[in-house]
Design a protein around this ligand. Structure first.
Ligand SMILES: C[S@@+](CC[C@H](N)C(=O)[O-])C[C@H]1O[C@@H](n2cnc3c(N)ncnc32)[C@H](O)[C@@H]1O
Length: 346
């Protein structure tokens, strides 16, 4: 028991370094549920605390030189189990990480990994910066401090260090923050309702609870097919919405960087760049412009993202300044659930 979990965790962490998403990767392979649960705990724990764990690798090894990827991953897995989990005997964490290094054909590093992991204890270690104490990239934490103030920024980063609580809605799991968007539409059963970025359909289904018959659009045919509503429309690359301005209510739950969901998708914080926010914003403005063009007179449109970045939020809606009614953030650590931005336009 256990070796499979570590091997699986190692493979997932390696695939994440090549651009994969932990959540998808962990779901893709059928292994024993107990092993899968431990693998998931290790993968998400390592990703949530990655910069902190890398600092610890330097602390215990005295090495600042670059390590081979496989060696670094095996050390991260070992340190996470010893310092952050309560139920793994340290000797088991050491020997399974040594096995991982052998399995990766890095036998020359066996002695090093063994020696470093044997030094790992649970004594408190002061981190030299707030960013490290919160396991955040410096630049992103600094950006949030500018946007929200230090206390709110740190509370959000701290929230993202733990596993997000599970909330059920209907048949599906749906984050509590995510559930607060659809009510902003003030749907009534007679409304014509368009959901522009609908897949995988969580908010479409929540909207349908009010009695409306949603029209669900998305760029992804495959993801759209999974939404059990009557009318689904796959959008083409040109992004033109094939409708007249007849919709009383429109939801634009736009594709975004996802920085409001770093507890769920911790790899994003190590991957995202300022250029990414600009790229997302360009697409978001285009999607929102198209959507506003099919809103009926006196209609109400809600724009939302699970991003905490002003480039994707305030700066996107600023293109339509005369139509903004209200807007605001739900910040993790301040409000329950993941982070969201919403704006009501009319
Ligand atoms: C944040 S997700 C939507 C989540 C969904 N509203 C829910 O609650 O389940 C964004 C979606 O936008 C889709 N998308 C990406 N580019 C798009 C575009 N140009 N037009 C419409 N949808 C797009 C993605 O395929 C993705 O499914």
């Amino acid at each position: 028991m256990g070796t499979n979990a570590r091997g699986f965790a190692f493979d997932v962490l390696e695939a994440v370094e090549h651009g994969g998403f932990a959540d998808d990767l962990l779901r893709a392979q059928a292994i024993d549920p107990q092993e899968a649960a431990l693998a998931s705990e290790i993968v998400f724990g390592v990703l949530r605390h990655r910069s902190q764990i890398d600092y610890l690798i330097g602390h215990y090894s005295g090495r600042t030189a670059k390590l081979d990827r496989e060696v670094r991953i095996a050390l991260r897995i070992g340190i996470y189990q010893i310092r952050y989990l309560d139920r793994i005997p340290p000797h088991a964490a050491v020997s399974t990480s040594v096995d991982l290094v052998k399995r990766a054909r890095k036998s020359s590093a066996v002695g090093f990994v063994n020696a470093v992991l044997r030094k790992v204890d649970r004594d408190p270690i002061p981190y030299p910066s707030d960013a490290l104490a919160l396991s955040m990239p410096d630049w992103l934490l600094g950006k949030w401090e500018t946007q929200f103030g230090a206390a709110a920024a740190y509370a959000a980063a701290a929230y993202f260090l733990s596993k997000p609580p599970a909330f059920q809605r209907g048949e599906r799991q749906m984050d509590f923050g995510a559930q607060q968007i659809v009510p902003l539409l003030r749907l009534e059963p007679h409304h014509r309702f368009l959901d522009v970025c609908a897949a995988p359909g969580n908010k479409t289904l929540q909207a349908a609870e009010s009695g409306v018959q949603p029209v669900a659009c998305d760029r992804s045919r495959k993801r759209l097919a999974a939404i059990p509503v009557a009318r689904r429309v796959q959008l083409d690359a040109a992004q033109t919405l094939p409708f007249q301005p007849v919709f009383d209510r429109i939801l634009v739950d736009a594709p975004c960087s996802g920085t409001g969901t770093l507890g769920r998708n911790p790899e994003i914080k190590w991957r995202v760049t300022p250029e990414e926010f600009a790229r997302q914003a360009e697409r978001q403005v285009q999607i929102l412009r198209e959507a506003l063009a099919v809103l009926a007179p006196n209609g109400r449109l809600v724009y939302s993202t699970c991003s905490l970045e002003r480039e994707e939020n305030e700066e996107v809606i600023a293109h339509f300044a005369d139509r903004i009614q209200t807007h605001g953030y739900r910040l993790p650590g301040r409000e329950a659930g993941d982070g969201f931005f919403h704006a009501v336009l009319a």
